[in-house]
Design a protein around this ligand. Structure first.
Ligand code: HEM
Length: 286
């Protein structure tokens, strides 16, 4: 090999040798963000195509929700309306939510950050309340015990949204940021759940500890882990940022790296096995 071909490798090694634990952590947080942005926008496009498009084309009952637990029921106007009121905000918030995490947008366009933040928190609240209605009043659940994880997720969303909003009003920037990021993780718990499940199926070459009533050991674990694990990592990253350049930061960076890898595997799995095939069916039937 000559000097030219080895230069990129040397540069990469030099970067890791020279970067401090804090810089490495920042790089990993940014890498997670890029993966999450791709996954969120893919999900937004998917939800837009399955739910928003039929509504704006004036044919809501033509929407194909056959993969869902209940989906559309002819004559159940209230239930169908609430299902759309659950899905349409999901499409919008999956598109706009990630933008709140870009420091450049926050600094350069504070008014946009404020209004986009309000929109995200409001839509997250609507998603949680309509989700609780669909699960417990409309009865869209595989089993009571299997629905506990998502129910607690739904109940935590209003708490986190309230705290994020309250601290913003009081001008307590750090506390606002912390609860806004937790709101993001909680509102996107159902998205993370899909990533974890798809990643799990890929690693195990199929279901393992999962069942049709969504109360197998793996189902139960992921239905809680989908918001508790991201919230734990968020807390660790906030904590690590106050730790200087110590070994603790290296430990948190390793967790962040693993989190980014799991998110990437999940995004690829959910896109390949869930969202793309359903989009393909839509395009074929269009
Ligand atoms: C705000 C956060 C939430 C978002 C963004 C969201 C998003 C979605 C999306 C996109 C779907 C369609 C699934 C698909 O096509 O693969 C869905 C379905 C569903 N969600 Fe949520 N969801 C949220 C919170 C919740 C909560 C907290 C609950 C329950 C407590 C819930 C209960 C349901 C149910 C029951 C369905 C299936 C409806 C049916 O089968 O008819 N969601 N959600």
């Amino acid at each position: 090999m000559n000097g030219n071909t080895t230069a990129p490798l040397h540069n990469t090694l030099a970067f890791f040798r020279l970067s401090s634990p804090q810089q490495s952590l920042n790089t990993l947080v940014k890498s997670w963000f890029v993966v999450a942005l791709v996954g969120q926008w893919f999900f937004a496009v998917y939800v837009f195509l399955i739910s928003v498009l039929p509504v704006i084309s004036g044919k809501p009952m033509s929407a194909d929700f056959s993969h869902m637990i209940t989906g559309l029921i002819v004559g159940d106007h209230k239930g169908n309306f609430i299902l759309f009121a659950h899905l349409i905000p999901a499409a919008i918030l999956s598109f706009c939510g990630v933008l709140q995490l870009v420091p450049h947008i926050k600094l350069r366009y504070p008014a946009f950050h404020r209004w986009n933040g309000r929109l995200f928190l409001l839509l997250g609240l609507i998603g949680a309340l309509t989700g609780l209605y669909l699960t417990w009043i409309r009865g869209s659940r595989f089993s009571d015990i299997g629905a506990v994880g998502v129910t607690i997720n739904g109940l935590l969303i209003p708490i986190a949204v309230y705290l994020a909003w309250r601290y913003a009003r009081k001008g307590r920037v750090d506390a606002h940021k912390r609860w806004a990021v937790h709101s993001f993780m909680l509102v996107n718990g159902v998205w993370t759940l899909r990533l974890y499940m798809m990643g799990w199926f890929i690693i195990n070459q199929g279901p393992n500890g999962n069942n049709n009533t969504f109360d197998g050991p793996a189902d139960m674990f992921f239905s809680f882990a989908c918001y508790l694990l991201p919230m734990l990592i968020v807390e660790l990253v906030f904590w690590a940022r106050k730790q200087g350049n110590t070994l603790r930061v290296v430990g948190v960076s390793i967790m962040m790296g693993l989190g980014t890898a799991v998110t990437a595997i999940g995004v690829i799995g959910a896109a390949a096995f869930m969202w793309l095939p359903r989009i393909q069916v839509l395009l074929v039937n269009a």
